[in-house]
Design a protein around this ligand. Structure first.
Ligand code: ADP
Length: 258
């Protein structure tokens, strides 16, 4: 059964944490982690105390995108995990626990307790926002999280491609069943502007997210941007490295809409 913790108005999502925002997608590879990292960096740059939890336990990429792929998590005197910090964002990722390149072969109950520990046995401190990068799809981790913390809402990332949109609709349905409000849709890889000719290409189609968005606000349309990708590979969120690009401006717009 899918018994979510129903958020009590006026109660904090977690002690000391004002808002927990889940970033989910139906399909993998649509840019969910990129959106989560850039949202967190954007909020922090605007002065919000921001945490980022990499709950994409099967493909944790947040640590690398934050430039901290080889850092190791330590504990404080109360044996609580100390979040790492980069670009003004406190973050925790399974990648900083397990040796690089090793796969996690965990079953549901172990995943549940790992996520519980990341949320409850970590010294997050006072936060305005905790952004959570979920694994793609509708599985154990998503369920576990909605049962562990009072979530403010979820942001769904999709591309304009039909297969991604169909899966995004499924993710939306999961959040609805778990009583998690869907705050809106981020359409990633919306279009590509060729730098040499200035021509716009709709590589994955056009307009589909607007159909999904009839029920939920379309929070932003993020173009394919080579710098956004290379900044992530080099460990600096694009919103900080290239704040004036169309992709960064779209992502900053999403952060300000939260
Ligand atoms: P997911 O978390 O959905 O699996 P990622 O955020 O890891 O997706 O993105 C997959 C790949 O696509 C990464 O290499 C990332 O840098 C790249 N990427 C994501 N969004 C964009 C974009 N708008 N423009 C260019 N590359 C992108």
């Amino acid at each position: 059964t899918f018994g979510a913790v129903v958020r009590t108005p006026g109660q904090p999502a977690l002690p000391g944490v004002k808002h927990v925002i889940l970033v989910g997608s139906g399909k993998g590879g649509v840019g969910k982690s990129s959106v989560a990292v850039n949202l967190a960096a954007s909020l922090a740059r605007d002065g919000a105390r921001t945490g980022l939890l990499d709950a994409d336990v099967y493909g944790p990429s947040v640590a690398h995108m934050m430039g901290m792929g080889s850092a190791k998590i330590t504990a404080n005197a109360e044996r609580k995990m100390l979040p790492l910090e980069a670009h003004g964002v406190r973050f925790l990722s399974m990648a900083n626990l397990s040796p690089a390149g090793q796969a996690l072969v965990w079953r549901g109950p172990m995943l549940h307790s790992a996520i519980q520990q990341f949320v409850k046995d970590a010294a997050w401190g006072e936060l305005d926002y905790l952004i959570v990068d979920l694994p793609p799809g509708t599985g154990d981790v998503q369920l576990s999280l909605t049962q562990t913390i009072q979530v403010t809402g979820a942001v769904i990332v999709t591309t304009p491609q039909d297969v991604a949109l169909i899966d995004a609709a499924r993710a939306i349905d999961m959040f609805r069943k778990a009583s998690v409000p869907v705050l809106g849709i981020v359409e990633n890889m919306s279009y590509f502007v060729a730098p040499d000719t200035g021509l716009t290409y709709d590589l994955f189609g056009r307009g589909g997210s607007r159909k999904l968005g009839e029920q939920f606000p379309l929070l932003g349309e993020v173009p394919i941007d080579v710098e956004l990708r290379s900044d992530a590979d080099q460990g600096t969120p694009g919103v900080l490295a290239h704040p004036d690009s169309a992709a960064s401006r779209a992502l900053q717009g999403v952060a300000r809409a939260l």
